[in-house]
Design a protein around this ligand. Structure first.
Ligand code: PLP
Length: 371
């Protein structure tokens, strides 16, 4: 691939020595679980996002899972999730024994459609999980207003959106809890798996800390049942280095987005593609740059044959997944989610992408549609 969908090398080469030092510091300390790297990272990320508490955990998926556990969402409960998102948004709901209720999306932002949300609330509903998909926040003011009126928790899935803002508020600090992922392809990516839960609530914080350590309040004394959901010290040490660069990298992603939007404008006016829209309440951090493309699959093959990587996020909406067929939904029930799955394509947007690489992407798209 001349231009892969994601290349971490351009950002890692700048901080390689710092990362090596950080990893070696942990190795030499012999403190691999808990300890100062975790405490400092949690403090630094809480300060970056403007939240009272941050709890490092083993992955973004576990951040969702442990949030649901802390809020005592379990069998008999329903949780509303968008149908068009990464699997774990809904998978975590099933894993605590609750039932995911799938909501359709807004076709412009790809986020949960707040106008369709209230109809899905039943006496069993306990929580809503809005996802800030591709790096742009869902309409949190409306979601929080509905949740407050109906007495529901809100768990923000901000796995793709660290540093994004909605009406000036950081992603992940507006809900009851907010979940981050440090999977390497996320905007703040670790050197392995990792995740984090944020909250302003002291009681929930205490529960999260206990749940990630098997529900122990003191070692070997268990008041509740948790699990091993800890973040590694090595990950925390590497993430601390990368957090200091995050704003710089978000800016580069946003600059790349501007370049694409300018260079692909005419393909949009000619009806071949639709470009992503940054809504006026949002500060978008472009974890992915996702277009709607006519003849999407043919475009993807054409790009790939010419050395450009791309990906389909996501090819099958969650209500049509085999494992959720118990929900009883069929094709046609959530049309916007289905259309998004059929039309979208993510093209390279990573920080460090060169103008030459972006130009290749643009030229190929142009040739594909204008030939
Ligand atoms: C990546 C992602 C997750 C899960 O994070 P992991 O760290 O991979 O477990 C959850 N939700 C969304 C929307 C994601 O993109």
């Amino acid at each position: 691939m001349k231009t892969p969908l994601l290349d971490l090398e351009p950002i890692h080469k700048v901080i390689r020595e710092d990362l090596r030092q950080a990893v070696l510091r942990v190795l030499d300390s012999n403190q691999f679980i808990g300890g100062p790297e975790i405490d400092n990272f949690e403090r630094e990320i809480a300060s970056y996002c403007g939240v009272k508490h941050a709890v490092g955990v083993s992955s973004g998926t576990d951040a969702l899972l442990i949030s649901l556990m802390a809020l005592d969402v379990g069998p008999g409960a329903e949780v509303i999730v968008p149908a068009y998102t990464f699997f774990s948004t809904a998978g975590s709901v099933s894993r605590v024994g609750a039932k995911p209720i799938f909501c359709d999306i807004d076709p412009i932002t790809f986020n949960i459609d707040v106008n369709k949300l209230e109809n899905l609330i039943s006496p069993k509903t306990r929580a809503i999980i809005p996802v800030h998909l591709f790096g742009q926040c869902a309409r949190m003011n409306e979601i929080m207003a509905i949740a407050e009126k109906r007495g529901l928790y809100v768990i923000e899935d901000a796995a793709q959106a660290i540093g994004a803002k909605y009406k000036g508020n950081m992603a992940g600090v507006m809900g009851t809890t907010g979940c981050l992922s440090f999977f390497p392809s996320k905007n703040l990516g670790g050197i392995g798996d990792g995740g984090l839960v944020m909250t302003n609530d002291d009681t929930i914080y205490d529960l999260l800390v206990s749940l990630r350590q098997h529900g122990a309040t003191r070692r070997y004394f268990h008041t509740i049942i948790g699990g091993n959901f800890r973040l590694d010290a090595i990950q925390a040490a590497a993430l601390r280095i990368k957090l200091t660069r995050l704003d710089e990298w978000s800016k580069m992603r946003r600059q790349n987005a501007v370049y694409y939007k300018q260079s692909l404008k005419d393909l949009e006016s000619n009806g071949f593609i639709k470009l992503p829209v940054e809504s006026q309440d949002n500060f978008h951090v472009y974890n992915q740059f996702v277009i709607r493309a006519g003849k999407r699959d043919a475009l993807q093959s054409y790009l790939s044959n010419n050395g450009v990587g791309s990906a389909i996020y996501y090819p099958l909406p969650l209500h049509l997944q085999e494992c959720f067929k118990g929900a009883g939904l069929k094709r046609g029930d959530l049309p916007e989610s289905e259309m998004a799955a059929d039309e979208t394509l993510a093209i390279p947007i990573f920080p460090g992408l060169t103008e030459e690489q972006m130009n290749l992407v643009v030229t190929l798209c142009r040739r594909f549609y204008e030939k």
